[in-house]
Design a protein around this ligand. Sequence first.
Ligand code: NAD
Ligand code: UDP
Length: 337
Amino acid sequence: MKVLVTGGCGYIGSHTVVELLQEDYEVVIIDNLSNSLKEVLTSIETITKKKPIFYEGDVVDFSLLRKVFSEHSFDAVIHFAGYKAVGESVQKPLMYYRNNLESTLHLCEVMKEFGCKRLVFSSSATVYGSPKKLPITEEMPLSTTNPYGTTKLMIENILRDLSSSDNEWSIALLRYFNPIGAHSSGLIGENPKGIPNNLMPYIIKVAMGELPQLDIFGNDYNTKDGTGVRDYIHVVDLAQGHIAALNKVINSTGIDACNLGTGKGYSVLELVQTFEKVNHIKIPYQIAPRRAGDVAECYADCSYAKKQLDWSSKKDLETMCRDAYHYISVLKKSTDI
Ligand code: NAD
Ligand code: UDP
């Protein structure tokens, strides 16, 4: 089986490429390296002893897409490429709509042209907006609170229309909850540039001494300890969810959305305390005002993924915290040498 992975050098894409290669899929990556480094390809090869084929370029670029599809015959596509920072999407909505929508539209047009109609798409729990009920099930109402989320919801709708127009398409919409952690080798992981917006990358920067302390955004929510609750999922579990989704799209037609989470909610304080315990390191923090747009709690009902994909997450919060820190420690050691 040959799979095209767009955005395969990124955080979730690189972990998925590792799982695919280990399952003996042939992998072709297109990535413009706008939010990743080419060195990740060497790390993938070190882990798997296999080399994915790599095209450096933009998924928006029709001529590149046609070249790649002419040179390979794909059984399916996993589409990760896109911008993902909520705050930035509020500042630069046009950039987000252009990249996320155009890349998907152009990709689907070329897939159709070349008769490849199996797609796994990276959606997000953000399409549930401010959920009225917990845990979140796939049939709950969809809405968004920022341009990034709107691109995901618009793409879900476009893909639904595409599927209704032609019943040969087989599409999985995977709604990720909060991916954290890294590959156990410490060779691939998440290392955003600048000051991170998300909790785990921020904790890591504090742990490395690059930022003085963590601001906890609110301790007056109606949650177990007053801090925000999220469904953190190990990125390797998430990557394996893509293999399960790939099996599903290869063996069926139609379109279906699936939550990929653990089904468990942990608070900010629980995450900080677990990180401190497993890594033997103190994370100084202060309580800060709530962050605009945050919901108190968000966690998935994952029973549909179990039923439809025969997939469920395996790794616990301790492993997520240990692996996230291990990756940065390995990275720091290699750049210090
Ligand atoms: P990432 O930024 O690490 O990876 C995305 C990759 O796509 C990067 O390597 C980037 O260089 C590439 N890219 C972006 N636009 C491109 C384009 N037009 N052409 C070619 N390459 C392009 O992000 P990630 O965390 O791995 O997320 C992957 C996908 O999952 C994204 O679509 C994101 O919106 C979605 N998602 C992520 C999260 C999360 O918390 N990380 C949660 C929900 C959904
Ligand atoms: N959070 C925090 N300090 C930070 C970043 C995040 O207290 O510096 C909290 C945030 O308010 C939320 C949780 O951590 O309750 C997860 O935030 P993240 O941005 O990682 O994910 P999202 O809110 O998008 O689910």
